[in-house]
Write a protein that binds this ligand. Sequence first.
Ligand SMILES: CC(C)(COP(=O)(O)OP(=O)(O)OC[C@H]1O[C@@H](n2cnc3c(N)ncnc32)[C@H](O)[C@@H]1OP(=O)(O)O)[C@@H](O)C(=O)NCCC(=O)NCCSC(=O)CC(=O)O
Length: 459
Amino acid sequence: MTLLVVEVAQIIPYTGSNSVQNSAKSLTIPLTFFDLPWLVVRVLPPPKKVFFYRLNECSREHFHSFILPKLKHSLSLVLGTYLPLSGRLTWNQDELKPNIVVSQNDPVLVTIAETDADFSHLSSYGQRQVSELHSLTPELPFSNDSVSAFSLQITLFPNQGFSIGYTAHHAVLDGKTLSMFMKAWAQLCKQEIENRVISLPQSLTPSLDRSFLKDLTKLDEQMMEIVRSLINDDKTNMRNLTAGETGDDVVLATLVLSCDDVERLRERVRRSDSSHVHLSTFVIAYAYVWTCLVKARGGDEERLVSFCFVGDFRTRLEPPLPATYFGNCVFAVGSYKRKAAEFTGERGFVNAVEILSDLVKSLSSPGMVETFAQEFANAFSSVGESSQFGSVAGSNRFGVYEMDFGWGRPVKVDVISIRGEAISMADRRDESSGVEIGMCMNKTEMDIVFSVLNHGLQN
Ligand SMILES: CC(C)(COP(=O)(O)OP(=O)(O)OC[C@H]1O[C@@H](n2cnc3c(N)ncnc32)[C@H](O)[C@@H]1OP(=O)(O)O)[C@@H](O)C(=O)NCCC(=O)NCCSC(=O)CC(=O)O
């Protein structure tokens, strides 16, 4: 596969006449205790996602004269309401924690590229070289004391389609805000193409007001102390680090669990002695994949394994935050340092369902927020001691296949910043239930994992 960078465009947010952007002052947004854990990019790499749009008639001429200008113009408009995306995560020497700083006319960098790669192959569900997928996303520009919040890459596959890839700094925003942003951009672009009035609904207009989030117990300070120890007090560690090694043998593949698959797995739990369990698609799917990942690794049954996921707290806080709150409002809960044997035996899947069910329920318990610093420290201290560490990026509720810029819905969406037991989840493209699960590992491991996954579904 060859990839030619045609241009690196600087897209400046369009802010009209009444914005802080037009004053000489810059906009400074402090990070909250929800944002701070994501500064540890060594363990929590920046999210990278690729959206594939098929357009068989997409000539080079049409792409550059029509599609690209529409994408750029609507991007400038939408960035006007999502201003922090054009800013930089900045950590001044004399400050306890970094801020997001948006200066006047700060741009988002958009790499425009062209590739001769096979669109159908790269946008498929089968095994694809992750290094090829990575070439469809940009890096985050960084300096010693700051890193860009967000960057984009739009890649033309002549006469096949195009892809939109993003890289975001997770300390700036979570998956919910990223999904809202992509939906908002797509909506504005589609309105423009269809010559409709350009406006965003309330549900896609972010709330930048952080005064809703009260730090009642000095969580900021506690979190920062842990972060500092994890990054060895080196501020340059918050900048982008390219995600792990992406050698030619590392592949990404997508498992699809249909509504029927999920229902059959759910039935297995109902037939067990388990009661009062939270049998959502998320719990069933994660429990199933997790047990297969542990079985596929084999080895010593006494070895320690850990798994976690993040919950969205916008509706779980008291009082709740606006659903459109911009930033991070997610926190990870998990079950750490358990024996592999708990997940490999006859009851392994039901055990995993029970653990995940309890964890989901715990997210709504009063006083949960006060445990954050301790939970965060526990999770990180378990990483080194666990032979496998599961986590989930994305969600089966983000609606990633709704993002139609005016040329149809994406044919495929992949999270590519995952590796090993860090999997991704997305809703299905053509079914209202079920789930797509992304996995990335070396080919030999992937073959074994898929054979365990498929075998388990047939029983
Ligand atoms: C903790 C959770 C994962 C648990 O999910 P669950 O699905 O088990 O639980 P839940 O209470 O939300 O939903 C349970 C049931 O409620 C109903 N339900 C809930 N939400 C719904 C919705 N929006 N539409 C339709 N139905 C819905 C369904 O029937 C569902 O069951 P059923 O499913 O069977 O129909 C989730 O609540 C949550 O907080 N998700 C957010 C995760 C997140 O933000 N991830 C991104 C991290 S950032 C990141 O990773 C970066 C990136 O993305 O790029």
